[in-house]
Write a protein of this length. Sequence first.
Length: 126
Amino acid sequence: MISDSALSLTHGEYKRTASRAQVPIRGIEPFHPNQNLAEDTIREGSRLYNRFMTARNIPTALWDRVFTYCLKIRSYMALGHASQKGECGTTIIKGSTADISHLCDFPSTTGAGRSFLSTQTKRESS
């Protein structure tokens, strides 16, 4: 685990628990560029989540599914980072063009449109 070298993460109960689970904790240099990218991702993911919850009037009981869905959407977005060279993260990792059809809402007049959230709910209820 890479932390920001905060005492609460590198000493005390947290450190003992991590050691028991054989999880090494390493610190990162202050003001490291990768640290800022992670904070940007968390902030933008939270903003997308808040907009999504508000715009679609989704009950707060589904917050975990919606947050996962929002972060999945972000993984399929080309975010403009120089290291991505105009590609989305999923395309870079998999090596082939990312398929976003499972993330899209396809509205239809017959009600046959499906989205990631509706398929997740059906899978869990089965």
